[in-house]
Design a binder for this molecule. Structure first.
Ligand code: PMP
Length: 405
């Protein structure tokens, strides 16, 4: 069992008051709060280690380089990749997907080639493919859902054709919480000779990910959703595929030699890391992963699922509540509406009671269209949330409902 009160002490922001009320932070799907350990690491990085990395002969530069490369190794171990050169630092999930679509997509996909995505994708895994469609004339096919908002696996299988070159889907939906059967989906895609990218933005923070076991070609995620800093994330890619891909951006770091006639690109992972990387962010990110490891991801998941179940039961008791995302396998996301109350009004009135939730389309407008709604109210849970907070949230929803009726 985990000691939530002790964990909460690591997150000073949780003691903030909002309109003189205790903050109840249930917007973890958008970004998690950061423990002191992570913030301290950032401060110590700038106070004690700051110097631009790689190529530096001086002591501090070497110290900073070692810390940055050690962070890469921490990430490698966390997702069980083969080699640390398969870990590319990006600005986050969005940049990692754009990198793959630009570099792999523009180079290896041709007009008429098909890419499979799903109805529950975040815009970050839709728009880059549409941009590629504009440029290259690829075809995008979309996997539908069943009435529990799980992917229709029969339909998924049927979408493959000899022209399918790529499948790109979320590990966990940021709106529905649905945990997709990604191992099976990857296997099916590979049987058809297609490459696979998994958007793990909502996967890594809650579920043990083993990229080797999954056999994912690419797996991407953001540090800020797993207690780490903003502005940094990961593209994991299989070495043999990354090796074949051209660089995404040109500049420093990604070169071996440059003359005015010709540039020889650097080896992995640097080939994809043009410019000064966020070497302070990377070490803070590693600290966040170590923090999670110390608590145990399986303990975190168990705690969050318990909160999710408790909150779902309580919410269902309220008249007029509709929950979106009723999958068998579900992660810590609770999206809902209450009949006759606009999601925005609900969000605003919860905020006035100290409850932070997200409202709107959650960067998944096509999914909203499928569900026939404009938006939802979304509560998302993290390790530091408590049953008492769920009770406050439920009481606050009830209060809003009473105001409207
Ligand atoms: N995919 C999913 C499923 C997400 O939840 C998010 C963040 N809301 C993203 C992609 C984009 O992540 P980031 O903004 O950190 O690049």
């Amino acid at each position: 069992m985990i000691d939530i009160e002790k964990i909460r002490e690591d997150f000073p922001i949780l003691s903030e008051k909002v309109y003189n009320k205790d903050l109840v932070y249930l917007d973890n799907g958008a970004t998690t709060q950061k423990p002191k350990q992570v913030v301290d690491k950032i401060v110590a990085g700038y106070y004690n280690t700051n110097a631009n990395i790689h190529r530096g002969v001086h002591f501090l530069s070497q110290r900073a380089t070692e810390a940055h490369e050690a962070a890469r190794e921490t990430v490698r171990e966390f997702i069980n990749a083969n080699e640390s050169k398969e870990i590319i630092f990006t600005r986050g999930t969005t940049e990692a997907i754009n990198l793959v679509v630009s570099s792999y997509g523009e180079h290896y996909l041709q007009a008429g080639d098909e890419v499979i995505i799903t109805e529950m994708e975040h815009h970050a895994n839709i728009v880059p493919w549409q941009m590629l469609r504009e440029k290259k004339g690829i075809v995008i096919k979309v996997v539908p859902m069943n009435d529990k908002q799980e992917l229709d696996m029969e339909a998924y299988k049927q979408l493959f054709s000899p022209k399918t070159k790529f499948a790109s889907f979320a590990h966990v939906s940021n709106v529905l919480g649905t945990i997709n059967p990604i191992k099976e989906m990857i296997q099916i895609a590979h049987e058809h000779g297609a490459k696979v990218l998994v958007d793990g933005a909502q996967g890594v923070p809650h579920l043990k990910v083993d990229v080797k076991d999954l056999d994912a070609d690419f797996y991407v995620f953001s540090a800020h959703k797993i207690y780490g800093p903003t502005g940094i994330g990961i593209l994991y890619g299989k070495e043999e595929i990354l090796d074949l891909m051209p660089p995404y951006q040109g500049g420093g770091e990604m070169i071996a030699t440059v003359t005015f006639d010709k540039t020889v690109y650097n080896e992995l992972p640097y080939k994809f890391e043009a410019g000064t990387p966020d070497y302070i962010g990377s070490t803070a990110f590693a600290e966040a992963l170590n923090y999670v490891k110390t608590i145990g991801l399986e303990n975190i998941e168990a705690h969050e699922v318990e909160l999710l179940k408790y909150a779902t039961e309580k919410l269902k008791e309220i008249d007029g509540v509709v929950i979106y995302g009723n999958a068998e396998h579900k992660s810590a996301v609770l999206s809902f509406n209450v009949e006759g109350i606009h999601h925005y009004d609900m969000g605003m009135l919860l905020d006035k009671q100290g409850i932070a939730v997200r409202t709107g389309h959650h960067c998944a407008q096509p999914l909203m269209e499928v569900l026939g709604i404009e938006g939802t109210v979304r509560a998302t849970f993290a390790v530091y949330n408590t049953k008492e907070e769920v009770d406050k949230f439920i009481e606050a929803v009830k209060k809003v409902v009473t105001m409207f009726r």
